[in-house]
Design a protein around this ligand. Structure first.
Ligand SMILES: *Cc1c(COP(=O)(O)O)cnc(C)c1O
Length: 455
């Protein structure tokens, strides 16, 4: 057992051969050896979808320690949208590493933090004056959005939705809908959190047509009757639900809820941690219905793999928190900020919004074809490079998590990294890097088609 990890391989990034290549079974012997070391040293609560240890990654592939090359349809959960070790991310963060690694922005500031805040003001929806605060993780951003909304409104209640996911810290566990695995045995949870119905078209009792309108009316009625609009500091919502199963809220739902917030002095917070930064074919998913959130939380895709998160929003709301009230030792680390500037540069230079829309066109076509042939696919949905299929028992809408698990395992065994999601665990989701070569996408879909045929 060596003390230091393997020496850093000389070539990563997009120069890696863009191919699926299996030279051992999955996981291979080196990965299995590392899994044994892991089991003896790493807490069981931290688990992995696919216990293949990665050596290098780039473009649309992950190369493991056994020399297998896997097609990446997960992007480390919507993080490496610009690819793994994108040139501008590597260059800018390497320069920053060589200059200095940390001063703590709350002690002595640096330009990169300010530059990221300027980019966020430029890219997020709305022409109003904006401010940002930077953090390390998505959960931390969501917690801070709630702190800020409470300070700005002098109110306490927070409204969230069925199937919502906002993180694993105490407050964000309370905001998250799903018990297992996120909350189970970890309570008590933060108070003053109220959960409302989500406009989930596929499962709406009266069908998808009136779903947006009916769900919004229920939400507004429940807020009025059960919480009192005047007690609500913030409504926190994902414009497309991530862990909840890529549920696209029925059209009209989000604008109606946002309008209600505006009329009642409630801070409307869009949690764009999974949907942001070109993932859905727009900079932010709420642009699709011309929503202008008061606050927006970002993380995941923002910095090409380095840990960074942000809350961005209306200056008068953001500045309600007193000086010294927000921050953290590492929040807006200079290397992570440099990486974010590199990621944004890459998104603009390669027009990754267009890339996401192209991915949608290619993949959704294939997925819809598969849905016609396989009644186990209840619905294909999503936007841009955030696509999913919900699996059911044929002829019903009963969730079929066994099929989702079996398909994911079959894809993994053939060298395609896919993730599952959903309150019922019955959703197979696809989050390819936006720079993935088209032939890898198609090959990934072929593998999936084969697995479906054998199911
Ligand atoms: C991943 C995610 C979070 C939590 O982000 P972490 O960086 O894991 O803390 C919050 N909200 C949404 C919508 C997410 O997808």
């Amino acid at each position: 057992m060596s003390l230091s990890p393997e020496p850093v391989p000389p070539v990563g990034g997009p120069q890696l051969p863009q191919e699926r290549r299996l030279v051992t079974e999955i996981p291979g012997p080196r990965s299995r050896e590392l899994s044994e070391r892991r089991a003896a040293a790493v807490a069981r609560g931290v688990s992995s979808v696919l216990p293949v240890f990665v050596r290098r990654a780039g473009g649309g592939v992950l190369e493991d320690v056994d020399g297998n090359s896997l097609i990446d349809l997960g992007s480390g959960i919507a993080v490496t949208s610009v690819g793994n070790s994108a040139e501008a991310v590597v260059r800018r963060s390497a320069e920053q590493l060589a200059a200095f690694t940390h001063t703590c922005f709350m002690v002595t500031p640096y330009e990169g933090y300010v530059a990221v805040a300027e980019q966020l003001a430029r890219l997020t929806p709305g022409a109003h004056t904006k401010r940002s605060a930077l953090f390390n993780s998505g959960a931390e951003a969501v917690e801070n959005a709630v702190k800020i909304a409470r300070a700005a409104t002098g109110r306490q209640a927070v409204v969230v939705f069925d199937h919502g996911y906002h993180g694993r810290t105490n407050l964000t566990m309370a905001l998250t809908a799903k018990n297992m695995p996120y909350k189970h045995s970890f309570g008590p949870f933060a108070p003053e959190v109220y959960r409302m119905p989500m406009a989930y078209p596929y499962r709406w009792p009266t069908g998808p047509d009136n779903c947006g309108e009916e769900a919004a009316a229920q939400v507004i009625d429940q807020i009025d009757k059960q919480v009192g609009a005047g007690n609500v500091a913030a409504v926190v919502v994902e414009p497309i639900l991530g862990e909840g199963g890529f549920i696209v809220p029925a059209r009209g739902f989000l604008p109606r809820v946002a309008e209600f917030c505006r009329a009642n002095g409630i801070v409307f917070v869009a949690d764009e941690i999974q949907t942001g930064f070109c993932r859905t074919g727009q900079w932010f998913a709420c642009e699709d219905e011309d929503l202008v959130p008061d606050l927006i939380t970002t993380a995941k895709g923002i910095a090409g793999g380095l840990p960074l998160a942000a809350v961005t929003g209306r200056a008068e709301i953001m500045d309600a928190a007193h000086a010294g009230g927000l921050g953290g030792t590492y929040g807006g680390n200079p290397v992570a900020c440099a990486a974010a500037l590199g990621a944004i540069e890459t998104m603009e230079r390669l027009d990754l919004n267009a890339a996401a829309r192209r991915i949608e066109k290619i993949m959704k076509g294939r997925l819809l074809e598969l849905a016609e042939r396989h009644p186990v696919i209840g619905e294909v949905r999503g936007r841009g490079a955030m696509l999913a299929m919900e699996l059911v028992h044929p002829g019903t809408r009963d969730p079929n998590p066994e099929a989702a698990g079996a398909l994911a395992r079959a894809a993994h065994a053939e060298g395609v990294v896919v993730l599952t999601a959903g309150t019922y665990g019955n959703v197979l989701r696809f989050l390819p890097p936006l720079v993935i070569p088209e032939q890898l996408l198609l090959e990934g879909m072929d593998v999936l088609a084969g697995a479906l045929a054998r199911l």
